[in-house]
Design a protein around this ligand. Structure first.
Ligand SMILES: *Cc1c(COP(=O)(O)O)cnc(C)c1O
Length: 351
């Protein structure tokens, strides 16, 4: 039986990926030089499709990295001067907080309290997770607006598992990043790191120039970006596929993809709100993620996952310590509305 992956990453591939991969092999894309004209065209095309999809100005830098995990380290080295302040709603926000500490930045954190907009005055960067994939919490846009109004610190947004199903509030942040194996519906192995001009400037004028000479420092990413290239031999196939899927999503229209995300999440939360014994793990509806729906399923978790699996539907377990008492259902652009009607029915009728 063909499975459908409702896991929050790696996740179901976007339905056009298989055809794009076949075409890429036919066109011998994995064999072309990353210094060739052909590669530069792929690079430029992926940049422009992403810019359209995420509504980014021309000047936005999109650098390619190995993963979002890599970007935590790059942001720490390149953008945090001394002190970062992290809004931590789960394991991924926590990992960034720890990464900053490991690179000798002083780093403070607020745990699961978005309303606390008190930012330490010494903070020069604020780290926010748009959608915390481990707990199913999202960062409310109003809080982001409040923070933006209150501080001059650079704001960094982790968009993994949110983008492109949720709009990117680019005017409220300076840098953002994602890896492709979650909401973009692509094979793992590529990250994208976005910087506005303010973030770029800070990275380029960092006072200690010796800090710049490391793998993927902004000075070298920028030098090659100017030529539609990357410093190292990149994952050319992944950059190509990202551009193609972004193009397909643009054809559907970002706004439509995003309103379908809202529609599908409402469908499931409505079922959970009325359910006899299942409920959303996040009690406040303002903090509930649209793209990673976490169900408090207690001792029913395994039974639910098995029942779904019997229909070929693979849902995620809870994350970390919540492995056995929660399940996670991804709601990404690769997941059709019809699939969500089925998921809603299965949850509703589970007893
Ligand atoms: C998965 C995830 C990451 C890490 O992504 P990698 O591709 O494993 O580096 C970071 N942040 C969030 C919110 C995630 O869901």
């Amino acid at each position: 039986m063909r499975k459908q992956f409702l896991t929050p990453g790696p996740a179901e591939l976007y339905f056009t990926v298989a055809d794009h991969m076949k075409q890429a092999i036919k066109d011998q894309i994995p064999s072309i030089s990353h210094r060739s004209r052909a590669f530069e065209e792929i690079f430029a095309s992926t940049q422009s499709q992403l810019r359209k999809l995420l509504e980014l100005p021309e000047s936005t830098r999109i650098y390619f990295t190995a993963s979002a995990t890599e970007v935590w380290e790059r942001i720490t080295q390149e953008l945090i001067l001394k002190h970062s302040h992290h809004y931590v709603m789960g394991a991924f926000g926590q990992k960034f907080h720890e990464a900053a500490g490991q690179w000798n930045r002083t780093a403070t954190a607020v745990y699961e309290n978005f309303e606390n907009t008190h930012v330490p005055p010494e903070a020069d960067l604020i780290a926010i997770t748009q959608n915390e994939t481990s707990t199913g919490m999202c960062f409310p846009i109003e809080q982001l607006e409040a923070l933006r109004a209150k501080t001059g610190a650079i704001i960094a947004l982790d968009g993994v598992s949110a983008l492109p199903g949720i709009p990117l509030p680019w005017h409220l942040v300076d840098t953002a990043y994602f890896s492709v194996q979650k909401a973009f519906g692509l094979p793992a192995g590529l990250g994208a790191w976005l910087l506005n001009e303010r973030a770029l400037e800070r990275a380029l004028i960092r006072s200690n120039p010796t800090l710049h000479s490391h793998y993927h420092d902004v000075a070298s990413l920028e030098k090659f970006w100017q030529k539609n290239q990357t410093p190292e031999t990149p994952n050319v196939l992944a950059i190509y596929l990202l551009g193609k899927v972004a193009e397909d999503l643009n054809r559907r229209g970002a706004r439509i993809v995003q309103s379908e995300t809202t529609f599908k999440s409402t469908l499931i939360y409505d079922v959970l709100d009325r359910h006899q014994f299942l409920r959303p793990a996040v009690s406040s509806s303002a903090y509930r993620s649209k793209t990673t729906i976490v169900v408090q399923s207690d001792m029913h978790s395994q039974a639910i996952r098995s029942e779904f699996a019997a229909k070929g539907l693979i849902v995620g377990s809870g994350y970390g310590a919540r492995k056995t008492d929660q399940i996670r259902i991804a709601n990404f652009p690769a997941h059709a509305k019809e699939l969500f009607y089925q998921v809603g029915d299965l949850l509703e009728n589970f007893n």
